[in-house]
Design a protein around this ligand. Sequence first.
Ligand SMILES: NC(=O)c1ccc[n+]([C@@H]2O[C@H](COP(=O)([O-])OP(=O)(O)OC[C@H]3O[C@@H](n4cnc5c(N)ncnc54)[C@H](OP(=O)(O)O)[C@@H]3O)[C@@H](O)[C@H]2O)c1
Length: 255
Amino acid sequence: MSAPIRIILRALAVIAIMVAPTAHAQQSVETQVTKRILVAGATGQSGKLIVTALLEKGFTVRAMSRSAERAASLGDGVEPAEADVTDPSSLSSAMIGVDAVLSAIGGRRPIGSNGFEAVDWEGNRALIDAAKAAGVRRFILMSGGSAGRDGFLYTLPIAPYPWKAKAESHLRESGLDYTIVAPGGLRDEPAGRYGVRLTTRPNYLVGQINRADVAEVMVASLMDGSTIGKTFTLINDDTLVPDAWRTELATFPAD
Ligand SMILES: NC(=O)c1ccc[n+]([C@@H]2O[C@H](COP(=O)([O-])OP(=O)(O)OC[C@H]3O[C@@H](n4cnc5c(N)ncnc54)[C@H](OP(=O)(O)O)[C@@H]3O)[C@@H](O)[C@H]2O)c1
């Protein structure tokens, strides 16, 4: 082979290497744009951050709320869906054309028609069953770090924990491609300020975590198939490198 032809071939090889990652990145962004994600609890303090994180990644977001107006107020970029998890018949239309469900719903009252049992347990059960009926395979549940924990305070029916534990079990047994993200006490500083400590159940971590970090973990889980079948219990830990958790998702043990 002559020297000029060798030089041309080498130059072509270099160009091919430079172009290849760009083409790949382009393709993965396009794939995400075609994905429509239903966020249940989109109007909540965590839900809003999940919506923002999904939009930043190029997903199409369907925002679910009991009020279409509240869902629409999240911005022009979202599809509002009015549905109430205490009325399972309202959920099927919200599921149409959806590729995954992220649930961040929560009852704000211990008891009553929209309390912990009705929303955190029965509401999530209705969402999981509706996703299954609609053929939506992927489901990511925002639970609570102390769900299923032993001890008087954690097992009281007026506490959210026993109800969240029931929702977790129902999801694990559903046959869906699930991930459970179970944070400690929630607070509201920006994402990435502190490291995130991830542990498996039944290691119950005591601590707090920023809602924005939880949103990042939920969206990263959605984009990483290796998180299927895993439960992450998580708190912030300022001794850890802020983004180190991202590389731990893949090797984290399954349930
Ligand atoms: N607070 C903590 O320290 C802590 C710790 C760990 C885990 N968690 C859990 O994390 C999750 C998110 O908490 P958050 O404080 O960010 O939530 P939040 O601000 O209280 O938002 C709750 C969301 O649930 C939706 N919702 C309530 N009832 C509903 C119903 N019947 N049908 C449909 N949607 C309903 C609300 O939507 P609409 O009102 O618009 O319908 C709202 O978007 C909750 O499950 C919470 O229990 C909390």
